[in-house]
Write a protein of this length. Structure first.
Length: 414
């Protein structure tokens, strides 16, 4: 072994160290994202909002920046590296949370949500790109399952903690919580992830700005023309349009329609999130064993469509079971989408850009989700709104069928 190879080896982080620090950092932005749904009623009252549509915009605006910045985020990550952009993401989380702490204005709260959303799109683009690069294909599904648990963890924590610390008008306590957690993770990132870029791409020279810029432009040009990447994004967007719409209003539905108290409604809703953690791991591992992402994707979309049709008819006393089934049906699709990304591109340096494309469409789905669901509630009522989620799942199945490249065996082979 040469001195040069030894030097390179000593610069690498463990793939598992990368995974866990990335997951914990991504959780900071997930906490920011999901502090609104369990407090929707309190926020509507405290900010004198007009109704569920305007309240839903507080959730959807979080993804607005992602629609605009996801592809540029991939370009920026390729150009400036994952270490710097990860730190920037956590700074956005901290600043956006603090802005919410100091304001009682709906407009300023929206601005804070946009800043947090900027942080999310960078870390959500960086995360799967990093994990897809450091893990071998036969372990990638499991690793992606662990990574994608950040959303479920954030949902579970906020649906259980937020109503208990921020009820009765004290909604700013939830913003304090995310500010403190973001500050802690920013310190951990700065200390622990200095060698991230050398680990992800040891042959790349981050000091050669001209080469970095050229590589970023080439990655953008190739990925933008790759229809398989765009179709993965469409698939993910369709899943999130339904999943996030239901999650954004399920606690309110259980409280207003089924007569539960707010804390119980939030806890039952959070069961969908917590079951999503093992679901993502199992789905990822199963897809690894099956050597296919496509089959599990189609199965879960069919399962999800059935669940949405049944949800309005489930007896209230067993709605905790309905919530668990909802989580099992929907939470594994994110794992499969991001596990498929490295398998439809030609080179590892295209990973960040490809994740940026997928995240662009993902954020479109999240942005539309609560706006659509909230508006539908006001027009057609709760039950029909749930029913409308099923045909959206059918569109998801079509998007998977069209995408012939989504398999297991492709690994940067073009």
């Amino acid at each position: 072994m040469t001195a040069t190879s030894v030097k390179k080896e000593t610069k690498k982080l463990s793939c598992w160290a990368v995974l866990w620090i990335v997951v914990l950092s991504m959780t900071a932005l997930a906490l920011c994202m999901f502090k609104v749904p369990p407090l929707m009623g309190d926020l509507i009252a405290a900010l004198n909002l007009s109704g569920t549509a305007q309240g839903g915009f507080l959730m959807s605006i979080f993804s607005f920046a992602g629609i605009i910045l996801a592809i540029p985020a991939g370009l920026i990550i390729t150009r400036y590296g994952m270490y710097k952009t990860g730190a920037f993401s956590l700074i956005c989380s901290l600043v956006g949370s603090l802005l919410g702490v100091v304001t009682q204005s709906y407009a300023l709260l929206l601005i804070g949500r946009i800043i947090e959303g900027v942080g999310l799109i960078f870390i959500a683009t960086l995360g799967p790109a990093a994990i897809g690069s450091v893990f071998a294909p036969e372990k990638r599904g499991l690793a992606m399952g662990i990574m994608m648990s950040y959303m479920s963890v954030g949902q579970f924590i906020m649906f259980n903690v937020a109503p208990r610390i921020a009820g009765g008008g004290a909604w700013k306590n939830a913003w304090w919580l995310t500010a403190v957690y973001s500050a802690v993770m920013l310190v951990l990132w700065i200390i622990g992830m200095r060698r991230l870029d050398a680990t992800v791409n040891p042959d790349n020279d981050p000091t050669n700005k001209e080469a970095q810029t050229k590589m970023a432009k080439e990655a953008l040009s190739v990925v933008i023309k790759n229809p398989a990447v765009w179709l993965i994004g469409v698939t993910f967007a369709l899943m999130l349009t339904t999943n996030q719409g239901v999650l954004g209003f399920l606690a309110q539905y259980l409280s207003e329609v089924r007569g539960m108290d707010a804390s119980t409604a939030s806890t039952i809703t959070s069961l969908a999130s917590i079951i999503g953690i093992p679901t993502g791991l199992v789905v990822g591992a199963v897809s690894d064993k099956l050597h296919s992402r496509r089959g599990p994707m189609i199965f879960l979309f069919v399962f999800s469509a059935i669940v949405y049709i049944v949800m309005p008819h489930c007896p209230t006393n067993i709605y905790w079971l309905m919530s668990l089934i909802f989580g099992i049906a929907t939470m594994g699709l994110a794992t499969l989408c991001f596990a498929a990304v490295p398998e439809v591109i030609a080179k590892p340096e295209q990973n960040g850009m490809a994740c940026g494309v997928v995240n662009t469409l993902e954020k479109v789905g999240v942005f539309l989700s609560t706006i659509l669901f909230g508006a539908l509630i006001e027009v057609v009522g709760w039950s029909v709104t749930f029913y409308i989620m099923a045909p959206i799942c059918i569109l998801g199945i079509i998007s998977v069928f069209i995408n012939k490249k989504v398999q297991f065996t492709r690994d940067y082979t073009g």
